[in-house]
Design a protein around this ligand. Structure first.
Ligand code: TXA
Ligand code: MG
Length: 326
């Protein structure tokens, strides 16, 4: 049975206990409800993809209580500082380079070196983030491909038994997702229009004495499915070539195992010795990075079943293994 509980000190305390235990908590923000997990716990983040039945891994926004916390995890730029001053806490997500010590799981940023950060203004979200004290990874709390929820009931209706605990903070004031701005370049780049208008962004940049022009790009999960998978330029693909469905290690390869196919090579990595797909998803990006860092020419990876989270893992692996244009 899913619990839907109004926000109070007691319900926030049990939400925090759940997050610390690696479980999911749906919570209100002023934009839409989010499906939250401890962003530093890769297995917990993997559970988000499983609950949303997402067939691929898109990067997930990390929510924090304050501007200071956000710039601990993402590198501050002039554009970011100006927009944070103008709109945080509020319905704005900034894309920044991860800081060197950023503890957010690689799975939450889909293996990218950029992180999405948001400081929501909603009182309930603020209570939760302050009490938890760590970043909370949260996409909108709807099944993949369905519309975003603006009430606790929408969350229950969409996710059903896939969500155990929903903090009810009443209807979301905006009902429209946050505006997403990539702040890693000299100009602000709009990835997703949202609750904060383009005019408001321009004004804030102008007032801060910065270039007010905004370039426009699409967020990663809106980009048309690349025909040659793996060609999402900003997506992490290992330097090494990739060989899928490997049974044994060939000379010079680093083999990443799964289940009974054991890892072999310098690191002897195994995505999940017990064939657990949540564990495999949690390990995927960090193991690809680690295998690549050995300097091997080819990374081989055992076959992953194409059920539940396996679908997203295989989508990612196909992209990583696709022929490279450069
Ligand atoms: O209002 C909102 O933003 C809500 C609440 C819960 O905060 N969240 C939300 O999350 O709408 P989601 O996952 O449904 O949409 C997040 C978008 C996706 O399009 C994703 O590709 C993009 O943000 N995104 C997140 N991190 C990114 C990154 N590191 N680089 C590029 N895009 C990123
Ligand atoms: Mg969404």
């Amino acid at each position: 049975m899913t619990e839907i509980i109004p926000i109070s000190d007691a319900s926030i305390a049990s939400a925090v206990t759940r997050l610390k235990a690696g479980r999911l908590v749906a919570f209100p923000t002023e934009t839409v409800y989010g499906l939250g997990a401890d962003a530093t716990n890769a297995s917990a983040v993997a559970c988000i993809f499983a609950a949303k039945q997402r067939p691929e891994f898109n990067p997930i926004i990390s929510h924090v209580a304050s501007r200071a916390a956000a710039f601990e995890f993402g590198k501050e730029t002039q554009v970011a500082a100006a927009l944070a001053d103008a709109f945080w806490p509020g319905p704005l997500t900034l894309i920044l380079h991860r800081t060197n010590l950023c503890p957010v799981a690689m799975l939450a940023t889909a293996g990218l070196d950029k992180i999405g950060l948001r400081v929501p203004a909603h009182d309930g979200a603020q209570m939760l983030l302050r009490a938890f004290g760590r970043p909370v990874a949260a996409p909108s709390a709807n099944p993949s491909g369905k519309i975003s929820p603006s009430t606790a009931y929408h969350v229950l209706h969409g996710l059903g038994e896939n969500v155990e605990f929903v903090l009810d903070g009443g209807p979301s004031k905006n009902g429209l997702e946050s505006t997403i701005i990539d702040c890693t370049g000299p100009k602000a780049c709009l990835l997703r229009p949202g609750s904060i208008t383009r005019e408001a962004i321009t004004t804030a940049l102008k007032e801060a004495g910065l270039d007010p022009s905004i370039t426009i790009a699409k967020p990663l999960d809106d980009q048309a499915n690349p025909i040659a998978p793996g060609q999402l330029k900003s997506h992490y693909a290992p330097r090494a070539k990739m060989r899928l469905a490997a049974k044994t290690k060939q000379p010079g390869e680093e083999l990443i195992g799964f289940g009974a196919i054991l890892g072999a090579g310098k690191l002897e990595l195994n995505l999940s010795p017990s064939s657990n797909l949540i564990e495999a998803a949690a390990n995927l990006y960090s193991m690809l990075h680690a295998a690549d860092a050995t300097g091997t020419e080819e990374i081989a990876i055992a076959k992953i079943p194409n059920t539940s989270l396996g679908e997203a893992i295989n989508d990612r692996l196909r992209r990583a293994a696709a022929p490279r244009s450069i």
